[in-house]
Design a binder for this molecule. Structure first.
Ligand SMILES: [Zn+2]
Length: 377
């Protein structure tokens, strides 16, 4: 269902002709003029429904019909992920990637993006997919996409086998992080290449991300510090890796690490990134770059990293910390409550606040506007 108040750009894509038809919005004149300029290639049923939407007296029914027809006849879609990444790069912004392991997290991530009015990537690692269900998550995201007028993408985070990557591609994920980074370079190349070919055979539009270097494992609270300068990705190995695997996105090790130290959770210390190395790698490969392990990173470093070529930023541990603490708080303040929908909204709100602040930061333009406002006060 497309909400009648939805503004913005929701498209039905005719896959065979690659034609986009605008179906969102209810403003009669703009819907009609957009229809006239973009209707070529659209099946008649869709065009008729758009006409009803443009001219009809009950736009709510018309938009619902369009949503149903588009979902049935074709792919109801937002802008494709590569074009969103390219646009954000041009604007000096990055796409926020947030991991989910349950419905509470998903209900925090998507509404945060809707409120900030920016696109978002929902991510789930193998462990998170095993818990939530790969196909179940894909179905939930599909429903949320149709409900909201921001682009919502779905990524299979840290996938360590061909079978799990194939499963995610079949379930309709937009991207897969193929992670054989623990293997020696040559084996990482051959396993990644084989997986890229397999998932592209299922869905040519899927984006494949590969990873080299050491950014640690586990988005959790660690007791000991990861050596920031251990095994950083070099521009030359990045170039070789991208050229021999045909990946679309590279995840380099540039001072980032998965998880947070207790001191970072308390806000006493921050992670710092090697900005110069990011710029060198970007120069060498020219593909999209992802920053994994973004939780606990210095805000200024994020902005400099985006300017140096980072396109996607992963935040997981900060969400998990907010989830756990607010769950404990909710339980403690309502010791006799057993109704999940009374205990969990506080958890959703708490996680959503973290996601919102990160999305505003990564959408650099919005942040600088806000900064202007706050200094003007
Ligand atoms: Zn990661």
């Amino acid at each position: 269902m497309i909400k009648p108040e939805a503004r913005g750009r929701i498209y039905w894509t005719n896959v065979s002709t690659n034609t986009k038809v605008w179906v969102g919005g209810i403003d009669k004149s703009s819907a009609y003029s957009t229809l006239l300029s973009e209707k070529q290639g659209a099946p008649n049923t869709i065009v008729q429904l758009i006409l009803q939407n443009a001219l009809g007296s009950n736009p709510r029914i018309a938009t619902d019909q369009i949503g149903a027809a588009a979902a049935k006849n074709g792919r109801l879609d937002m802008d494709a992920l590569p074009s969103v990444l390219t646009r954000l790069q041009r604007q000096g912004a990055a796409l926020g990637h947030f991991n989910v392991a349950d419905l509470v997290l998903l209900k925090a991530v998507v509404p945060a993006a809707v409120e900030v009015r920016v696109p978002v990537i929902v991510g789930a690692s193998e462990g998170e997919r095993d818990f939530l269900g790969t196909y179940e998550l894909a179905a939930l995201v599909k429903v949320m996409r149709a409900e909201h007028d921001v682009s919502i993408f779905l990524n299979a985070d840290h996938t360590h086998s061909l079978a799990k990557a194939v499963e995610a591609a079949k379930a309709g994920f937009d991207a897969v992080v193929i992670d054989f980074s623990a293997l020696p370079f040559d084996q990482n190349v051959s396993r990644t290449k084989e997986t890229v070919e397999a998932i592209k055979a299922i869905n040519p539009a899927i984006l494949a991300e590969g990873e080299i270097g050491d950014i640690g494992t586990g988005s959790e609270i660690h007791e000991t510090a990861h050596n920031e300068f251990r095994n950083l990705t070099t521009p030359e190995e990045a170039r070789q890796f991208v050229a021999s695997t045909a990946i679309d996105i590279l995840a380099p090790a540039v001072g980032n690490m998965h998880g947070m130290l207790e001191s970072m959770v308390e806000g006493k210390t921050k992670k710092h990134l090697n900005i110069e190395r990011i710029a060198q790698i970007k120069n060498a490969v020219g593909v999209f770059l992802t920053l994994h392990g973004g939780s606990g990173t210095d805000d200024e470093d994020f902005l400099r990293a985006i300017a140096a070529g980072i396109n996607i930023i992963h935040i997981n541990t900060e969400l998990r910390v907010a989830w756990r603490r607010s769950l404990e708080g909710s339980m403690a303040s309502q010791p006799n409550e057993v109704v999940p929908y009374k205990l969990l909204p506080a958890v959703v709100d708490s996680v959503k606040r973290v996601v919102t602040s990160r999305l505003k930061l990564f959408d650099a333009q919005l942040t600088s506007n806000e900064m202007d406002l706050s200094t003007a006060r």
